[in-house]
Structure formats: C-alpha cells, structure tokens
Design a protein around this ligand. Sequence first.
Ligand code: PBG
Length: 334
Amino acid sequence: MTDIGGAAFPAGRQRRLRRTPALRRLVADVRLDPAGLVLPLFVKEGISAPNPIGSMPGVVQHTRDSVRKAAHEAAAAGVGGLILFGIPATKDARGSGADDPDGIVQLALGDVLSEVGDTTVVMTDLCLDEYTDHGHCGLLTDDGEVDNDATLERYASAALAQARAGSQVVAPSGMMDGQVAAIRSALDGAGFSGTPILAYSAKYASAFYGPFREAAECAPQFGDRSSYQQDPARATSEGVREALLDIAEGADAVMVKPAMSYLDVVRAVAEAVDVPVAAYQVSGEYAMVEAAAAHGWIDRRRIILETLTGIRRAGAGMVLTYWATEAAGWLREA
Ligand code: PBG
C-alpha cells in the first residue's frame, strides 16, 4: 500500500486499467457523440460560388446552394445542430439585413430547413456585427459608444425575423445587458413562446475571434469589443454570474466562448446551472490546429478529438466546432 496524504491506495492500480484499448474504452468517462456537436455555417448573400476563408482552411462562406449541401452532410453524419451566420451584400449603421424577412439568414434558413427536416436542430446566431457597416454588435451613439438599450430593440426585431423564418433556436451573441429578456418577451408576444434561446452568456473579448471576423466580414472599423464582451482577466465567477443572469432572463441553454482558454469557466458554469451548457471552439482555436497540422507538427485527427474531449470533460454537453461534420464521421467509424 502507498500512503498519499493519509489515504492508502493499492500500488499499481493506476496503470492496470490502461493496459488495453478495450479496457480504456470500457472505463472512459467522457464519450464524444456527434449528437452533441454543432456546426457553424457562414452564408453570404450574392455570391455564385463558395468563397474559401484564408485563415480557416476547409471553411468557406457558402452560397445558398452550398450551405444546403453542407447542412445535408452534417445532418447525415449525425451532427446534433447547425448554427447559421449571415453575411449581407450591403451593410448599414443599423444592420438592416438582420431583421429583413428577405435577409440572407432568413432565406438560407428556409433552404436548410427544407433540406434537413427534423434530423438536426437549425439555429441562428443573433447579432448585428455581420450587418453593420461599423462592425460593432449594436447601434452607436453620436459619441461612437455602443448603445445598449437601443440595440435591444434591434435584437428583438432580428429574433422575430429569425423565428418567422423557422429558426429552431435563437442564439444571441452580442453581450448587451438585458438581451435575453428583450428577445424572450418579443418572441412570446408574437406567438413564438416555443422558440428556445441559447444565450452566449460568458463571452470574452478574445483575440481568438480573429479568423471569424474574416469569415463573417465583421471586424470593428474602430475600437474593439472590450466595452461589452468580458475581460479575460476577470475571475471565473463573473462568467457564472453572466450565465445565471441570462437564465433568470429566460435563457434555455447557456454558452461559454471561447472554449479552450476558458475551461475553468465551462466547469464553473456547468456546476452552477441546471440548463444545458455549450462551449464554442472558436475560429482561432480552429486556425491554430489547422496551421500546425499543415506543417506536420501535430497529429491533426488526434488533436481535434483531444480538444473536443477536453471541452466535454470540463462540463460542456454541446460543443460548437467547425470540425463537427468531420469529427462526427470519425466517431461513427470508431
Ligand atoms: C458575434 C460573434 C463572433 C463570433 C461568433 N459570434 C465574433 C465576435 O464577437 O467578434 C466568433 C466565433 C469564432 O471566432 O469562431 N456575432
């Protein structure tokens, strides 16, 4: 017997269960399942062929036609959900494309829903940054600040446009205070009390969003998002508080974002809440792995599965990842 801090353990117990693949498989606590993966998809208005994103090899801005195909492949691989991001052909200060019934996401939703039916869940990201010419997530005051309460009305209107177009889950990502309550009351008031809200609750002002801003053409034209997204240097408990506030406002599920540098927040939120918890493995996380893999410096497939396992082990039931379809394929082979 070995004595560790007062407790006695039988020597050798650690390695015995690692001896064979079958033993390791039997005792695994974390099992990856395609049903827990969510694939983000970008669809751009007015393009005739998919447009590769330089900083995200393998990810494209889709046409209405190609997004349909990508949605079909994901659903066929068993991916649990899709989340659509729209990139309008023209932008303005109020992000008019976000709540236009003929806006790109609303149109793509119809296409994707008719393609996948009920085989997966079709969600929509709800924000203004893809739609505003200044690239911020809300309306601006004359001083160039993001106006919290004026923005809430725009989010409520975008939520209705998405719900009317058939969105099965709306996912507000703008980090305005009160956004979940505003969206919930707009949805309820228009007969969409059955539409769930997946809140991007603990969302940090992160450099890991860099490649996404190329993909969604939404880099802020001045300043940054630090006045509304969370400061990475705040304590873990701030992320928990954001999640609890969103739940109190009516969120049905909460998200932590990014994932890998915020696994403490994922763990703390998972322990504090009783709603489903998602984590978003964001564009910069994707780009780093793809770049290292392209150099032959890492084993791409093993690393992808290891990152997903780590995020699940931290407590996320759902993981948003650009590898969702590919990973689902591997998990089905295994
Ligand atoms: C905002 C939004 C962002 C991401 C998802 N929703 C960007 C931002 O806040 O700047 C980032 C996702 C990623 O990096 O993969 N609409």
